[in-house]
Design a binder for this molecule. Structure first.
Ligand SMILES: *[C@@H]1O[C@H](CO)[C@@H](O)[C@H](O)[C@H]1NC(C)=O
Length: 356
């Protein structure tokens, strides 16, 4: 795959367009599950302990990617591993994504401390770049996290990464691929706004994955994006093809925000080109025979969304067992899901070969 200046410019233009595109009618859809400003705040921070900040951009250290987030980032269900595959060296990052995680649970479970420890450790030889993408679980009513709390938590995370000597990049949440009358629902619009507000308040970069992915999902349509779904009932999580597509999208957005990262990520390729053109990406050798979800035109929106959330929780639980290559003994929990993950891994290997 050779870098192509033309594709680079074409893709950059397409992204610019996506980024500044006006909202469409889905912006007006209201969802019952939205957080509101009035909720009790759950704002969490880590006590002071990091050493004095060092300017992470001083010198020319190679990046080390620490990918923080929920299941839409995590191994087997999100884009994180796909992004690491695009780094110049296979060990240039760690996928810290965790199924079911919120900006609150991520700390409560001790994961955030480990990310900060990693940041401190890796900054000696690298620029630790910590991407942070939450929202899919924070927005659920039972999370108890208000929009204000969500924003504050993200801002604090960004500031703590800076303080530990890393470079935080906030990421607006991957769009869901649930359609309402041929338009992808905009269920995370408020979270998107708060991510951007948090980045502004902390004075750090952000990438607008939500807008880019929703715009692309809109162009490709319901049938097209079904080939990225983890399974036919799950329009949130990603199968190996979906991982490849959205990881490429994240990589291209990262390079747009930080052009110097271009040398550390695989150059834009035919996947970038198809994303920019709003075309479906198919990867030879990968199963395209997933049963397409039956059209549910008559289904009321409420039901569709509930189904979606339940599915997400279910995957989050499975994901909990598989956290980030930790050497814990994994309990046999659900043979079917494990089989699915295995298939995913095999597909991933095939896919790598096909792309080379
Ligand atoms: C990163 O964090 C993991 C989990 O805490 C730890 O096992 C690993 O040693 C850390 N890496 C470095 C370089 O500190």
């Amino acid at each position: 795959m050779k870098p192509s200046v033309f594709l680079l410019v074409a893709s950059a233009l397409a992204y610019a367009e996506a980024r500044f595109a006006p909202g469409n009618i889905a912006d007006e859809i209201n969802f019952p599950g939205k957080s509101t400003e009035g909720d009790d705040d759950k704002i969490v921070t880590t006590p002071e302990k990091a050493p004095n900040a060092i300017d992470p951009n001083s010198g020319d250290k190679p990046p080390f990617f620490l990918l923080v987030g929920d299941s839409t980032v995590a191994s087997n269900t999100g884009w994180g591993d796909g992004l690491l595959e695009l780094t110049s060296h296979p060990d240039n990052g760690i996928n810290w994504g965790k199924g079911g995680a919120t900006t609150v649970s991520y700390r409560e479970e001790g994961l955030w401390d480990q990310v900060i420890d990693n940041t401190t450790a890796f900054k000696i030889d690298h620029e630790p770049i910590v991407t942070i993408q939450f929202g899919h679980n924070d927005h659920k009513l039972d999370s108890g996290i208000s929009l204000h709390g969500f924003e504050e938590n993200l801002k604090n995370m960004a500031l703590e990464v800076k303080k530990a000597g890393g470079t935080p990049i906030l990421v607006t949440p991957l769009a869901v691929r649930v359609f309402e009358k041929d338009v992808p629902v905009d269920s995370l619009a408020q979270q998107r706004e708060k991510v951007i507000a948090a980045a502004t308040a902390a004075g750090v970069d952000h990438i607008d994955l939500n807008t880019a992915s929703r715009d692309y999902v809109q162009k490709v349509g319901k049938k097209g994006t079904a080939s990225y779904d983890l399974n036919s009932n799950d329009q949130v999580h990603l199968n190996p093809t979906g991982r490849t597509v959205f990881a490429r999208m994240v990589a291209d957005l990262l390079v747009k925000a930080r052009p110097d990262l271009e040398k550390s990520l695989e150059p834009k390729d035919e996947v970038s080109e198809k994303i920019a053109a709003g075309e479906v990406v198919t990867i030879d050798g990968q199963s395209q025979e997933q049963p397409q979800q039956e059209e549910q035109k008559e289904q009321p929106q409420q039901e569709e969304q509930n189904g979606q959330v339940q599915q997400e929780e279910q995957n989050g639980q499975v994901e909990q067992e598989k956290q980030n290559g930790q050497v814990e003994q994994e309990e046999e929990q659900n043979g079917q899901m494990q089989q699915e993950e295995q298939n995913g891994q095999m597909q991933q290997e095939e896919q790598k070969e096909q792309l080379q």
